[in-house]
Design a protein around this ligand. Structure first.
Ligand code: GBH
Length: 488
């Protein structure tokens, strides 16, 4: 039985059919067969070998938080603190991926993805963040990687997706410079053990997000609201940790291993695509992303960034700046919502155009619909820093996602979102912007941080009581995209 409303039904089949006395289910059942296959030829072909993938992160999917010697992370502490997450949700079980990874890899295989981006939980490998490694810590990743490679899927590994070992936070977390060194040691150790199978490592995921949401706004772990000066200083240690990790991975991994990062660089889209606004958007990209991406790509802080901070600016040495600017082999860009930019006569040379109240967004209120972001972010990064290899390391959307009794999820809004973003990605690729792959966020509904399980980003629906996975309409759409290497 399909629960189309009369209004939707009328839109699909015409008012006469909707008004007729025919029962809805009979017509709805015929709907599927009525679609000729294929409906349209493939448009927007991607280059041969384009890497279609999907992404997850350790604390969002694994569960098994007390297994095989894993130590606690700041997200265990934060999610178990009353009032911090929606409905008090924790990642204790999440998708139980720790036990169900083989089933999940089968799901990837059915989807046809060529690559999978996952993250390693630091506190599985070093339960206290540093010191003695836990010998069983990497066993799970070894099992998972062997299964993945047997399925013909290439792994892309993120080393830090926000689950800092709690012991390190007890010693100041990213406010303590020693955390940067501990991260590099863990990164080098892990790359040494996995680089026989993993050829691409990303040091960190979204430095801005864990710094600002975790230490400034207090809405992510560790839930602190520090002063601007302390935030700028710990941001400095975070980007330093990235640089030290790049060096540690190069020193310990097998030759040929590539190192990069996955950043949530805010895409700056010229509100109208004229030369002056494009120029303004280019300036905006550097300054809005100054504290992490720009400093990593340029090895120095943007002058205006330091000027804006004034006496709150971080303290740093020339040697640290050199480390932060260690060359990366590829850039990972997570793309969600852009900022619209126009030229102005201000010192910055641009201004952010505010969104009207009617601006459309996905189920997460922050996720405004802005497909141009996935065109401009890699385009501007290439133009500014001459990047040779880019991956879209995340892109995806939340939707209300209702599972019908027939086992369908009609996430037509997510399909719309993906189709429009992929069209803009195609625009970038066809202009020669070196985007080599795309990781859809996310393979499965999972633990959406402070939003708990209330916001679903998966293209597979997860029933968190039974752990049953069901492909949504968007999974069927993505499968077609991959099979055709273009839009269907
Ligand atoms: C990514 O962050 C994360 O890497 C991933 O783990 C996550 O599941 C995915 O996106 C979907 O959210 O609610 O006003 O405080 C995306 C960037 C930046 C989006 C911070 C949410 C919080 C806005 N995130 N933002 S607010």
């Amino acid at each position: 039985m399909t629960n189309f409303s009369r209004r939707t039904f009328a839109r699909l089949f015409g008012a006469t059919a909707a008004a007729s006395s025919l029962p809805l289910p009979a017509l709805a059942a015929g709907f599927k067969d009525a679609i000729p296959q294929p409906l349209t030829p493939t448009t927007h072909h991607f280059p041969q070998g384009f890497l279609w993938g999907s992404a997850t992160a350790s604390y969002q999917v694994e569960g098994a938080v007390n297994e095989d010697g894993r130590g606690p992370s700041i997200w265990d502490t934060f999610s178990h603190t009353p009032g911090k997450t929606a409905f008090g949700d924790t990642g204790d079980v999440a998708d139980d991926h720790f036990h169900r990874y083989a089933e999940d890899i089968q799901i990837m295989k059915n989807l046809g993805v060529k690559t999978y981006r996952f993250s390693v939980a630091w506190s599985r490998v070093f339960p206290n963040g540093s010191g003695t490694p836990n010998p069983r810590g990497l066993d799970f990743y070894n099992r998972m990687l062997d299964t993945l490679l047997a399925a013909g899927i290439q792994p892309y590994c993120t080393l830090y997706h926000w689950d800092l070992p709690q012991t390190l936070q007890d010693n100041g977390g990213w406010e303590n410079r020693d955390t940067a060194q501990a991260f590099a040691d863990y990164a080098g150790y892990t790359a040494a053990h996995l680089s026989d199978r993993v050829k691409h490592f990303m040091t960190m995921n979204e430095i801005r997000t864990f710094v600002e949401l975790g230490y400034r706004d207090g809405v992510h772990a560790p839930g602190l609201k520090l002063t601007a000066a302390r935030v700028a200083q710990l941001n400095h240690y975070a980007v330093l940790g990235h640089g030290l990790a790049v060096q540690a991975i190069r020193a310990s991994a097998k030759p040929g291993t590539k190192v990069g990062l996955a950043e949530n660089a805010i895409p700056t889209a010229p509100v109208i695509e004229t030369p002056e606004h494009i120029e303004a958007a280019t300036r905006a990209y550097r300054l809005i992303n100054a504290s992490f991406l720009t400093v990593i790509m340029e090895g120095r802080y943007h002058d205006l960034y330091l000027k804006q901070l004034g006496s709150d600016a971080p303290k740093f040495t020339a040697a640290e700046m050199k480390t932060i600017g260690s060359p990366v082999d590829f850039l990972g860009l997570n793309v969600y919502n852009p900022a619209y930019i126009r030229a102005s006569n201000s010192e910055k040379g641009y201004e952010v155009v505010p969104s009207p109240a009617s601006y459309p967004h996905m189920y997460s209120p922050w996720l405004e619909f802005g497909p141009e972001g996935i065109y401009w972010s890699p385009k501007l990064a290439t133009k500014l820093w001459n990047v040779k290899e880019i991956f879209i390391t995340e892109n995806g959307a939340s939707s209300t996602d209702v599972l019908t009794p027939e086992g369908e999820v009609y996430d037509t809004d997510r399909v719309m979102f993906l189709r429009n973003y992929l069209t803009q990605l195609h625009r970038a690729v066809s202009e020669g912007v070196p985007v080599k792959g795309y990781f859809l966020w996310s393979l499965l509904d999972n633990y959406e941080w402070a939003d708990g399980y209330s916001k679903r980003f998966g293209i597979h629906y997860v029933d968190f009581t039974t752990q049953k996975r069901t492909p949504k309409l968007s999974a069927k759409f993505y499968k077609e995209v991959i099979a055709r290497n273009g839009l269907a």
